[in-house]
Ligand binder design. Structure first.
Ligand code: HEC
Ligand code: HEC
Length: 315
């Protein structure tokens, strides 16, 4: 028998290939079946202005998703409510995008009037000076209308109440989140806890966030990314866990420290109670140096040579 010497080798290569395809493509296809959520987009809205589903095809055809993503993640603040896997169940093709040359468009709908969107697509710099987005002025009227109609549906299934959420490790949906909440004994709605938190805040946070929490501490002037201003109404939506998560893990890319390393869980819950109790109905804007918390200069005593060099000897 003269068997082919390459038979075993080619069999091994083929098997490896099948295993890789199976585990990276076929298995996830079968096992990953997120349930459709009710926060997904509704493209079938009755609209006399245009056909949003057709607009979606134009979005794909024009390659908008090369520059724009459509998935808001936890670290995206200001892009609107986060997406869930189930939001995309009926999406084909996916336009999640990979790059963010332009901003994320998950919740773009309603952010600007349709006329603005049209002007922006025709001549981006007419409404956004310095924009590097290319002009799509060559689209015909129907394409343009449908595309704008599509843009205006983006995010229409989401509500503003879910803008920010702590990661699952902090939520009762995971064992670690359940354990965290079970260990907690601080009532974050009580005045006593908030008062305890105020002391911890003054010692650890006021240097950056300011005594009032307006982001106006003496250190803020040297920080490129300014400390958060807790008077912003935006923070009303923060849940206890969201505050706790931020205090514990800091904000990547800024000077906000990870207090999980230095403060106990109890201290961090007290801080949560304090931050929650700050007034958040009207944002206090700091736009002059006079509004910064100042450091009182330390007056050092004037010492005579003998006092500051008592052991110099020799006299
Ligand atoms: C070469 C990259 C690029 C492509 C392709 C592109 N954009 Fe943009 N887009 C940008 C950039 C950069 C910005 C931010 C500056 C601005 O607002 O003009 C932007 C901004 C936007 C905004 C404003 C978002 C906001 O809230 O400020 C919308 C809406 C938008 N693009 C839609 C589209 C659509 C629809 C298409 C496809 C027809 C498209 N873009 C194609 C780069 C791109
Ligand atoms: C060295 C300066 C500094 C100190 C000290 C500091 N922070 Fe911060 N903090 C920042 C900066 C900078 C940010 C980021 C603001 C942003 O992302 O816009 C921030 C962000 C935050 C946020 C997140 C706000 C958001 O938008 O999610 C919370 C909560 C916070 N700080 C609480 C605290 C607490 C509580 C303390 C004290 C235990 C503290 N910080 C101490 C600088 C500081």
């Amino acid at each position: 028998m003269n068997s082919n010497p390459y038979r075993i080798g080619s069999f091994a290569v083929f098997t490896t290939f099948i295993i890789i395809i199976f585990s990276t493509v076929l298995m996830p296809m079968v096992l990953f079946q997120p349930k459709p959520t009710d926060t997904r987009n509704n493209y079938n809205l009755e609209s006399s202005a245009g056909d949003a589903l057709r607009g979606r095809q134009i979005y794909v055809r024009e390659g908008c998703f090369y520059c724009h993503s459509q998935f808001t993640r936890l670290q995206d603040r200001g892009y609107g409510p986060l997406v869930k896997a189930g939001d995309f169940v009926y999406e084909a093709p996916h336009v999640l995008g990979t790059a963010r040359t332009g901003p994320d468009l998950t919740n773009e709908g309603g952010r600007f009037p349709s006329q603005w969107q049209k002007a922006h697509l025709i001549e981006p710099r007419s409404v956004k000076p310095g924009s590097i987005m290319p002009s799509f002025s060559y689209l015909n009227d129907r394409d343009m209308n449908d595309l704008v109609c599509y843009i205006q549906t983006l995010g229409n299934g989401r509500t503003v109440s879910a803008y920010v959420e702590a990661p699952d490790e902090y939520m009762p949906v995971t064992p670690s989140g359940q354990a965290l909440l079970a260990r907690r004994h601080v009532d974050t709605n009580s005045d006593a806890a908030s008062n305890a938190g105020r002391g911890i805040f003054t010692q650890n946070c006021a240097a950056c966030h300011g005594l009032e929490g307006w982001g106006n501490g003496p250190n803020s002037i040297t920080l490129e990314k300014k400390p958060a201003n807790f008077s912003r109404p935006f923070y009303k939506q923060y849940s206890d866990q969201m505050w706790f998560y931020r205090i514990s893990e800091g904000v990547p890319g800024t000077r906000m420290p990870r207090f999980g390393e230095t403060l106990t869980e109890e201290q961090r819950w007290y801080l949560v109670a304090y931050l929650k109790s700050l007034p958040q109905d009207k944002e206090v804007t700091i736009n002059s140096l006079a509004q910064l918390n100042k450091l009182t200069p330390t007056k050092l005593p004037v010492l005579t040579k003998q006092e500051w060099e008592p052991h110099s000897g020799g006299h």
